[in-house]
Design a protein around this ligand. Structure first.
Ligand SMILES: [Mg+2]
Length: 455
């Protein structure tokens, strides 16, 4: 009957092989056969992706072009088969050094590229590149014989040196040839300013290591005064570091390096202990003075921080009421609940907590309400123009009202002249610090700090 379906034919085909074949084809076109590493094609693709991500994050993408030194001679000497084995060894070592989200690629006979995506700072690039040099330096044993290798490495960085994968590769190549021409077995950056910056950072990091080890970081103290009766109300402890020639390095130079290199915790611990010892000394001398110590974000968020503080107080035999901790908002956002708990337990011991540099960070009102701070330190940027500009006064007034309604004590940072002092007094501010009173000084130079100041 027309139009009546009486049956159907279904054709089955096993496509497993076809899929496997297609997958293998893709793998073959994207990977190097000898090492199984991504080849130039896949590398280019990943570089492009990393650059796109970096455009929005503002981070860096580093291209490390690595060339084995004298590989041609080795290859000729040991034969191609063993030469291939060496290449495979190098590939594994490189792969062992980098993070899973980074790419190790073989782009030619003895040429590799390591792409580090998402670098927040130069230290991470420096770390990986030195690790690579170290990893390659270890002798290889092949067919019972020991071989030693070295590499020349050229580094270029997005966005500093180049904007595209092609440009990055070209510039890394230029830097790599610079190393070859200067005696091999080394690292060079495409940009001189970057390598100079890196050298400087490295020397600061080295100095930090040394000073921490020698316990030779210095702590200076800046007095805080009552604007009501001119009496000393406390001291802020500030870390200072001298270089080999006795020059004082500003904290803005070495604190970021300490943060990036994870030395900040040791630094913070040492400063805390030295500050507590000094507070104890003053207490024993009959000049009880509360010392405020700045705590970095990673130090505050480190597991066991509360215990470290309590242990330090015990070790220095200092009653908790002579210690205040200054914490910035950035330290609190990492884990708000944990931060709340830490602050509460520190306060239970008897320590007071100041929110530092208020007005420069997020200045979230909800933080102010949900954290039970004792003190609000108003950033110097609000004090700078307070004598000249009405707007600055209005802003300060708003902060003052806010603090009053939350029962927070205000301390004004950065008071530099009498005009500022007078305005602050008129506005009912009761406590301040700044160069007008005293700059930060070593403890032994602060003999006069306890005499009340004339207001
Ligand atoms: Mg501070």
């Amino acid at each position: 009957m027309a139009g009546h379906v009486s049956g159907g034919v279904i054709v089955f085909q096993d496509v497993t092989d076809a899929i496997a074949m297609a997958t293998q084809m893709t793998h073959l076109t994207n990977h190097d056969q000898l090492t199984g590493l991504p080849n130039r094609v896949l590398l280019h693709d990943r570089m492009q992706q990393a650059i796109t991500v970096a455009e929005s994050t503002g981070h860096m993408v580093a291209t490390l072009l690595i060339d084995l030194d004298n590989f041609k001679y080795i290859n000729d000497a040991v034969g191609h088969h063993l030469g291939d084995n060496i290449i495979q060894h190098v590939a594994r070592r490189l792969d062992g050094v980098v993070d899973t989200r980074d790419t190790v690629s073989r782009i030619g006979g003895d040429e590799f590229v390591v792409m580090i995506s998402d670098c927040k700072n130069m230290s991470c690039i420096n770390r990986v590149s030195t690790q690579i040099l170290e990893a390659i330096k270890d002798p290889f044993t092949l067919a019972g014989e020991e071989h030693r290798l070295s590499v020349s490495m050229g580094i270029s960085i997005y966005p500093n040196d180049a904007k595209t994968p092609e440009e990055l590769m070209r510039h890394a190549d230029t830097a790599m040839y610079k190393v070859k021409s200067e005696g091999k077995n080394n690292i060079a950056f495409y940009s001189n300013s970057l390598s100079h910056e890196l050298e400087e950072r490295l020397s600061i990091e080295k100095l930090l290591h040394q000073r921490i080890k020698e316990e030779a970081l210095e702590v200076y103290f800046q007095p805080k005064y009552s604007l009501v009766d001119g009496q000393l109300t406390g001291m802020e402890a500030l870390v200072r570091m001298f270089n080999q020639s006795g020059q004082l390095l500003p904290p803005i130079v070495f604190i970021p390096v300490a943060e990036e290199s994870d030395l900040i915790n040791q630094l913070g611990k040492q400063v805390l202990e030295k500050s507590c010892r000094q507070a104890k000394r003053w207490l024993d001398e009959g000049r009880p003075t509360k010392v405020a110590v700045n705590i970095g974000a990673s130090q505050f968020n480190k597991f066991g921080f509360t215990k470290t503080v309590a242990d330090t107080l015990l070790k220095c035999d200092l009653p908790a009421k002579y210690l205040e901790l200054e914490i910035t908002e950035s330290a609190l956002i990492e884990n708000i609940n944990a931060a709340k708990q830490a602050i509460t337990s520190l306060q239970k011991i008897g320590i007071t907590i100041a929110l530092d540099d208020f007005g420069t960070g997020y200045s979230s009102l909800s933080y102010l309400r949900s954290f039970n701070f004792n003190v609000l330190k108003v950033d110097r940027s609000f004090i700078n123009d307070i004598a000249e500009e009405e707007q600055a006064r209005n802003l300060f007034n708003a902060i003052k009202h806010l603090a009053d309604s939350l029962n927070l004590n205000i301390v004004c940072e950065g008071v530099e002249n009498e005009a500022q002092l007078k305005v602050l007094q008129e506005m009912g501010c009761t406590e301040a610090q700044g160069y007008y009173f005293s700059k930060p000084l070593p403890a032994e130079e602060l003999e006069n700090a306890w005499a009340s100041i004339a207001l």
